[in-house]
Ligand binder design. Sequence first.
Ligand code: CUA
Length: 381
Amino acid sequence: MRSPHAALRYRAHGYRGACRVTEEALLRISQRWARRLLILVPAVLLVLFTACSDPMTTIEPKSDFTEAIQGVYEIVFWLSMFVFVAIMLITLWLAVRYRERPGRVANQIHGNTRLEVLWTIIPVAIVLVMLVPTWQVIADTTATPPDDSMVIEATGKQWWFEFKYPELGITTANELHLSVDRPAHVKLYSDDVIHSFWIPQLAGKVDMVPGHENDLWFTPDADSVREEAYLGQCVEFCGASHANMRFRVYVHTAEEFDAWVQNELADAVEPTSELGQLGATLFVVRCAECHTIRGTAASIADFGPDLTHVGSRETIAAGILDNNIDNLVDWISNPAEIKPGINPENDITDKDPPLRFMRAFEEEISAEDILAIATYLSELK
Ligand code: CUA
């Protein structure tokens, strides 16, 4: 008769046997999956990356400025790849060549003048190869702008960008328009704190400093003309809505640019709808202390963005909302809800120019009146 212990051992053995079978099966399955994943993962990644279109990309330059930077970036990238691969290969070779073997005794050495000199000279040479073109690009991008440049005065404000074309007599906000055949000479200013001007595919990053003029210039590439805007962004932390301080840049053909200029130079159009006409009247009473709409009674103040042709812009609120009636209504009703930090409690009135934020008009006027103002603004093409 088998002892209870024997039965227990038998069961245990049987269990372990089954366990080994399962382990082997699992191993086979996991090996199969490892092989599949080895093919699948790169395939999926490849599809993902090729589908990527990043509007803030820094490696698809579209101007002389960003192409010059890309040139340096490529040199640094390939040098880094060379160093990476070389170190990996040498590490592998050393690990195999000097691996632990029976009877081998480690030989402690200290200092090898020839090696030390060699690995001092190689990094110095690599840094020099990066340094020379970097200096060249710094010199090129900070050189005096060409005579035929179009001057643009860009002013950073909490939290939007004002763009003035002094030679053309145009003032606009958050959407910069350029002609493909002319270098853009952007003079950078700030009305309050330090901001920074950056259009990843075209130019930047250069700080906008209060009381100081910085500038940059660039020429858009011949193939940079497109309907889609190039995205720009403030890149210096400037307060609660720093991340909401965006802008757009449109590169046009010379003809398209002229058409845009002509439209901008014209005074505001008269609203056609009844609601729009009511909005125009309300605007003068409610909004004219901060905003200008040229050609109307509301053309004195310049704290807020110039709204003469706001209806023709693609976005509102410094590039964070599509320009449509619903968003205009939301914005006028309670802008601080969309752009944190722009509460009137944060106004600074005892400085020049004063810093003033937009109020939540839902606390002052009816929803119908807000809709009327939004309708009026959307008609200002
Ligand atoms: Cu302006 Cu960040």
